[in-house]
Design a binder for this molecule. Structure first.
Ligand code: HC1
Ligand code: SF4
Length: 562
């Protein structure tokens, strides 16, 4: 512990990793473009520069706090310096701000405003480069890149992929995939974390909002929505509502008003996933085959296994993800003329995830050779569509989902947070459903935001070893141990994004620790207030198996051989 003087006030520090963190703790929001507490410090943008009592200026992100330091954060010299940095960045940046997809959310735009940069004196001499639209999930616009390296470090350090890197030097420097390959031809898993970290419009979501509006405008089309668990806790704060609180009822209402014919909750099909995955898990345990079972809900993780650990492909659960199962069930239901009313059916899936756009077009997730999920939009696109519609979201009353698939258990809802799939599967595998039994599961180590969690618990006469992972760099650590025989598990749950889908690549970015915790709490609270917690006790599930799914379980709920 020590003390430093910041702008004339005494501030205590303990284990803060740099002066910048101490300054922020003191309630001063120093600007940064390249600093993120979860990745390594790059120190390139210099916007966090401060001055000490001897007139020395330095980047506060790269300096350790020392007892007795005297720091000034807003001297005239520093203000001028920061303004010049922003002006120079703007000079080398495409300035189509009014039409940029990131307009209103761009950190560079916000800083220009904050620093009072109203004029750029320098000409942009950088060559105009083509956009990379090869990925089904994200778009790279090199003309908007400010070389902060945030995407490079997110991809390398958090995801362990390294699909992006720096090329060339000096004024020629650029961020791009190796050999300037299109992103779709690299090991990119479409997770969108680079887009979450990118402060400008250089990496953005490949959007599909126009396709949804077109479908809604077509009178001969039935447009059905499914909404993923993690979406409901990441929309409210964009409309001034409490961070992290579930606004599922309002989302259902706004989609109905926009013209969706039916609105469903993907947590319903997460219940189906629990049924199928638990059965598959018990079968594999009994036959001692293809263990560890690797979860299959997260498409970025599934691609990661195919690309990096092909010898474990057989271990991946054959279950479709809840998105895939639901779309197949919806399409099957509306195939019957009685249900379709003579209209063609389009399924729109609202996801926190950019990789779900890739999953939707993966041929082994099709039914009878046809794509089931027609359009995937992310939470960010949903928010834009709500704004576009002009509907005052914050004033809407909640509405319930539609029938016949309108009820989900709490187990289905917690899929959106790391450990949720495992917890729901354990609930299914446990006989009772009393509070004592359910609390014992939630307290066995499945919950919490750590990137790697290990749980050991007795099941019949076996000790089950389960590993729960979020973040693909963590997944690599675990898979290396498994490959080398240093660790052995019966089940490995992986979500590619740290903390799970609540922090997916399609969620509104710039979520700080408070937002992350609030989203997590929001999903657990949604579970808390649901009477039925176990997927197998969802009253709509048994009739579905006895009816629409009869004889078609494999065809509709499992991936086809590819
Ligand atoms: Fe997820 Fe899933 S939890 S993958 O994180 O299994 O995207 O929310 O919809 O499909 O249910 C995402 C979230 C989501 C699926 C479910
Ligand atoms: Fe890397 Fe994910 Fe971005 Fe692809 S989408 S470049 S894997 S961070």
């Amino acid at each position: 512990m020590g003390y430093m003087m910041i702008d004339g006030r005494k501030v205590e520090f303990t284990d803060e990793r740099n002066v910048l963190s101490v300054i922020r703790k003191a309630g001063i929001s120093l600007p940064t473009l390249c600093y993120h507490s979860e990745v390594s410090t790059f120190g390139a943008c210099r916007l966090c520069t401060v001055e000490d009592d001897r007139g020395r200026t330095f980047a506060s992100c790269s300096e350790e706090p020392r007892d007795g330091m005297v720091i000034y954060t807003n001297t005239g010299k520093i203000k001028k310096y920061r303004k010049l940095i922003v002006e120079l960045l703007l000079a080398a940046h495409c300035r189509d701000c009014t039409t940029c997809v990131k307009s209103g959310e761009c950190v560079l735009q916000e800083l220009a405003h904050r620093m009072g940069v109203t004029n750029v004196r320098f000409e942009n001499t950088r060559e105009i480069r083509p956009l990379d639209t090869s990925s089904p999930s994200i778009v790279r616009d090199p003309n908007k890149c400010i070389l902060c390296g945030d995407c490079v470090r997110a991809c390398e350090e958090i995801q362990g992929i390294g699909a992006l890197g720096f090329a060339f030097r000096g004024t020629e420097a650029m961020v791009m995939p190796a050999f300037d390959k299109p992103l779709a031809e690299t090991d990119c898993v479409n997770c969108g974390q680079c887009r979450v970290y990118c402060p400008t419009g250089a990496i953005s979501i490949k959007t599909h909002m126009d396709e949804v509006w077109d479908a809604l405008a077509d009178k001969d089309t039935r447009v059905v929505a499914q909404i993923a668990p993690a979406v409901r806790v990441a929309v409210g704060d964009s409309f001034g509502l409490t961070k992290g609180r579930s606004v599922m009822g309002k989302i259902v209402n706004v989609l109905h008003r926009m013209g969706f014919d039916e609105v469903y909750d993907t947590a319903f099909s997460a219940d189906l996933t629990v049924m199928e995955e638990s059965e598959e898990f018990l079968e594999r345990l009994e036959q001692n085959e293809n263990l560890p079972l690797l979860t299959s809900c997260c498409p970025a993780w599934v691609k990661f296994v195919h690309d990096q650990y092909p010898e474990f492909v057989e271990n991946i659960s054959s279950c479709r993800s809840p998105q895939g199962m639901f779309s197949a069930v919806i399409k099957e239901y509306y195939r019957s003329p009685k249900n379709s009313g003579g209209k063609k059916t389009i399924v729109v899936s609202v996801m926190p995830c950019t990789a779900k756009k890739m999953e939707a077009i993966r041929p082994n997730s099709f039914t009878r050779g046809k794509q089931d999920t027609d359009i995937v939009i992310t939470t960010t696109e949903l928010i834009r569509m709500i704004r576009n519609s002009g509907i005052e979201f914050e004033t809407l009353d909640p509405e319930a989902c539609d029938m016949p698939f309108g009820f989900s258990s709490g187990g289905g809802m917690i899929f959106g947070v790391t450990g949720g799939v495992t917890e729901a599967v354990l609930r299914r595998m446990t006989e009772g459903h009393s509070k004592v039994e359910l609390d014992a599961i939630s307290e066995c180590g499945v919950r919490g935001s750590e990137g790697i969690k290990e749980v050991t618990l007795p099941y019949n006469d076996t000790q089950l070893n389960i590993c729960i992972v979020s973040g693909l760099a963590n997944a690599r650590t675990v898979m290396e141990r498994v490959r080398n025989g240093e660790a052995s598990y019966h089940l490995i749950e992986v979500m590619a994004c740290r903390r799970g889908c609540i922090m997916g690549g399609g969620q509104p970015p710039r979520a700080g620790d408070r937002t992350k915790a609030a989203r997590e709490k929001g999903l657990y609270n949604a579970d808390n207030v649901t009477i039925i917690k176990k997927s197998d006790e969802n009253p709509l599930i048994a009739p579905l198996y006895d009816g629409l799914l009869k004889g078609k379980v494999h065809q509709l709920l499992h991936n086809q051989e590819s």
